[in-house]
Ligand binder design. Structure first.
Ligand code: URA
Length: 433
């Protein structure tokens, strides 16, 4: 295959063969095909798209670009969840121990935050001592022993994605639906799971904010995932405002503890319960979604989910004294509240901007080498639909310095639009596929 022909074909909207896709991804992974040719191809895919068959071939080629995790020695059903990401999305921290408490086997490989959306690994690493850097064998051993492990991707798992994601990030091709499918599904299938629950976010803080695109992604993730024999459930959930109240790594851990103790924010609790419920149904533990939800609420109320969180932290070398007493954690240098300067009902929140503001405070990273400040972030006190008056507290900013606070305050106030008339609260759940 001539790489220039391959690129030209996609540019003209022609369909690739599986063999050509395999050869291309292999050549890229081993360094035979340079970044500039792959960049041109990524842009062609961005505009021309890919058929489901091509996307299946892409996932397959990426999956086989490196090692996979063999969990076939564990006879029980293995299930995971993946979110397309958002602001304040700490669901995995709650869902994984909750699912374990319900009897699921959860091998979870997560990512780091990049851009406006946070990453589960950074949140876990804000717990002193917590080890997410497990070798493949440690990951397998942990799953066999504890039925639950939350770790990071090793460099040998789907190396094609690591290379290609960095390239997409700098070539304006991150938002291509087949490329997202290739990236997410190859990594998830490499985990050796049987079932996958997908939280596909829509709204101003989502990766793909417009509903039409979110829906296309959800459908393609399900269709392609199922071609690999994976049982897939995809839920479209709201990201038009931050999920829960807390944004920032340690602040999100604390909010997760609240949910696990059954005293967390309602939206975060409901989204977590719904996603976990599908994991419970897929695993054959409960026969239907409503029964699974009821069971999961019981596990929050009776402390079993919280106990599993403590066990997980202990098993991965985390210091549980910080979980038992979150107040002993290092505080941010300058903590103060932002007060409203206007009157009205909150109509919209630019959640992407809120994510960028949290990033600028030090809660996220612009490039993968940036160092995160785990203690900084924002705690929201208001949501879409709330009536605010001048002087009402909108949020509390945990900043490093007063300067950082002042900058964040301006950005947050600009992120809200208000209405004189009452505003409808957005739905939390849209379609389920
Ligand atoms: N998450 C991923 O892992 N990959 C993408 O391409 C987008 C979101």
């Amino acid at each position: 295959m001539l790489v220039t022909d391959f690129i030209e074909n996609k540019k003209q909207g022609k369909e690739h063969t599986s063999e050509d896709i395999q050869e291309f991804i292999k050549g890229y992974t081993n360094g035979d095909i340079p970044d500039y040719q792959v960049s041109a191809w990524l842009m062609a895919v961005n505009f021309q798209g890919m058929t489901d068959d091509e996307t299946v071939a892409l996932v397959d080629a990426m999956l086989h670009s490196g090692e996979t995790i063999d969990l076939s020695g564990i006879k029980k059903y293995k299930v995971d969840k993946h979110s397309t990401g958002g602001v304040g999305d700490k669901v995995s921290l709650i869902l994984a121990p909750l699912a374990k408490a319900a009897g699921c086997v959860v091998p979870m490989i997560s990512g780091r935050g990049l851009g406006h959306s946070g990453g589960t690994l950074d949140k876990l690493e804000s717990i002193p001592g917590f080890n997410v850097k497990l070798t493949k064998q440690e990951f397998i051993d942990n799953i066999s022993k504890y039925s639950l492990t939350m770790g990071g991707q090793t460099k040998d798992i789907v190396p094609a994605d690591r290379k290609m994601y960095s390239l997409r990030d700098v070539t304006g091709t991150v938002k291509s639906i087949p490329l997202i499918c290739g990236s997410i599904l190859s990594k998830k299938i490499a985990e050796g799971i049987d079932g996958l629950v997908l939280d596909v976010k829509t709204g101003s803080g989502a990766f793909l904010p417009e509903y039409e695109n979110t829906r296309k992604l959800a459908v393609q993730l399900k269709t392609v995932g199922e071609k690999f024999g994976l049982n897939v459930k995809a839920l479209i959930t709201d990201m038009s405002q931050p999920l829960g109240n807390a944004i920032g790594n340690w602040l999100e851990v604390v909010e997760s503890i609240d949910v696990l103790k059954n005293k967390g924010p309602k939206d975060l609790t409901e989204v977590t319960i719904a996603l976990t419920a599908w994991m419970v149904v897929m695993s054959g533990i409960e026969t239907n979604f409503d029964k699974a939800k009821k069971y999961l609420y019981e596990l929050l109320a009776n402390g079993k989910a919280y106990d599993e969180f403590l066990n997980m932290v202990k098993n991965q070398n985390g210091d549980i004294s910080y979980i038992e007493n979150p107040d002993k954690y290092k505080k941010a240098g300058y903590i103060n509240s932002v007060k409203s300067q206007s009157y009205g009902y909150i109509k919209t929140i630019d959640t992407h901007q809120i994510g960028m503001t949290a990033l600028a405070l030090g809660a996220g990273r612009r490039v993968i080498t940036d160092i995160i400040k785990p203690e900084v972030g924002i705690i929201f006190k208001k949501n879409i639909g709330d009536l605010i008056k001048s002087g009402d507290e909108i949020c509390i900013i945990h900043a490093d310095t007063e300067n950082d606070f002042n900058q964040a305050k301006v950005e947050i106030l600009q992120s809200f639009t208000l209405s004189e008339n009452p505003v409808e609260v957005p739905d939390l759940f849209y379609e389920t596929f």
